[in-house]
Each structure stands twice: as C-alpha cells, then as structure tokens.
Design a protein around this ligand. Structure first.
Ligand code: NAP
Length: 201
C-alpha cells in the first residue's frame, strides 16, 4: 500500500516538477534571447562616435554620401559643425540626403556636388569646382564603392569594381590633396584621409 502510495505520489509529482522545470527553462531562454538580441543588435549597429571634438570651420568631402555609411559619416561630421561636400553621382539622391541631414543636425553647410567615380572627367570637374570654392580641405573620406554589380566598364575602360573602388581613389586624392602646382596658393593643412574598401576574389 505504502509502495502504491509512493508510486502514486511519484506519478503525481513528476509532471508538476517537469512543468516547473520547463517553465524556468523557457524563462531562462527568454532572458538569454533578450540579452543576446540586445548584444547582437549593438554588434550589428557598429561603433558609435563618442568624441566631443568639434569640427567648426573644417571642410570635409565624403564621396558616395547619399546613402549607407557615407550618409551617416556626413551626418556625424555635420553634427560636429564641419562644412560637408557630399560628392554623389546622383545629385538628386544627394540633395534629398543632404536636406535630411541639414534638418537633423541644424547645420546648413551641407552641400551636394556631382562626382561620378567611374569617369575621370567627372573626378577632374569635381576637383576643379572644389578648388574654385575652397582654400582648404581638412577631411577626405573616399567612401563610395560598388559591390557585386553586374559586369560593366568605367568610362576609362576598367572593370567597374576595379575602376570605382580602387583606381578612382588616386585621381580623387591627387587632385584634391596635392594641390596642383601653379594654381592659386592654397594653404591646405595636412588632410585627414580615409579610404573605405571591399575586395572581391
Ligand atoms: N557595408 C559594409 O558592410 C561594408 C563592408 C566593407 C566595406 N564597405 C565599403 O564601405 C563603403 C560604403 O559601403 P555602404 O555599405 O555604405 O555602400 P552603399 O550603401 O552601397 O553606398 C555606396 C555609395 O557609393 C556610391 N557610388 C557607387 N558608385 C559610384 C560612382 N561611380 N561614383 C560615385 N559614387 C558612387 C553610391 O551611390 P548610388 O546611391 O548612386 O549608387 C552610394 O552612395 C564602400 O566602399 C564599401 O565597399 C562596406
């Protein structure tokens, strides 16, 4: 009888403790998921600019800044007070990004200029326009790039990834940073230069 009672007790208690255990398990998994979600979200969101440095009076050029990393870089530089040249191949897209940044940062000195890195003539025209407008360049961020676009060639005959992501950086840097000799004396300070890049194998 005792044994029977014992059996009875065990049969009753087992599902209860299993139920509790599974409840705890689910709760634990939920907490884990929540913290993991936050961590994953933070990880995917990437770094956050925490510097208090102000860039008032500084001039910056960000290529391909109508979207993605370039746009966020332009926004952050604008927030710090710099004058930004958003160099975009599609000036309409550039303007809509610029007006969003101007409204967001209350910095009116966010300007859009045409630059198509798949055409050296466009790079030259952009540089000439910039040199006519500005005496100094403090920050150059070569951000624009293409990734896995269908096979095509630049105006200069290079495969587009090679031409836009890599080769175009040279004339852009050269024309903007090593101020052409013989032009009006441009008192350019050392420029901070950043290159974004992806490689395809
Ligand atoms: N996102 C990543 O995880 C990652 C990782 C490694 C490296 N990168 C590099 O970081 C940079 C920015 O990446 P993202 O993800 O922000 O790219 P994205 O959102 O695709 O933006 C690329 C920008 O480059 C512009 N662009 C493309 N071809 C151009 C050309 N011929 N002339 C001028 N501008 C041109 C695009 O203009 P349109 O809008 O007109 O196309 C766009 O504004 C790229 O160089 C990329 O290779 C990104």
């Amino acid at each position: 009888m005792q044994e029977q009672e014992g059996v009875y007790f065990r049969l009753e208690s087992r599902p209860q403790s299993a139920h509790l255990r599974s409840k705890h398990c689910i709760l634990f998994l939920r907490v884990l998921c929540l913290t993991d979600k936050l961590k994953i979200r933070k990880f995917i969101a990437g770094g956050v600019c925490r510097t208090n440095v102000q860039l008032t009076g500084k001039v910056a050029v960000v290529t391909g800044s109508n979207t993605g990393i370039g746009k966020e870089t332009a926004r952050e530089l604008a927030r710090k007070g710099a004058r930004i040249y958003m160099a975009c191949r599609d000036t309409q897209k550039g303007e809509s990004a610029a007006s969003e940044i101007r409204a967001d940062t209350k910095n009116s000195q966010v300007l859009v200029r045409k630059l198509d890195l798949s055409d050296t003539k466009s790079i030259r025209a952009f540089a000439e326009g910039f040199l006519a407008e500005e005496k100094q360049l403090h920050i150059l961020i070569n951000n624009a790039g293409v990734f896995m676009c269908p096979y095509s060639k630049t105006a200069d005959g290079f495969e587009t990834h090679l031409g836009v992501n890599h080769l175009a950086s040279w004339p852009t840097c050269f024309l903007l940073m090593s101020w052409p000799r013989g032009s009006k004396a441009l008192a350019s300070p050392p420029t901070q230069y950043t290159q974004a890049s992806s490689t395809l194998k």
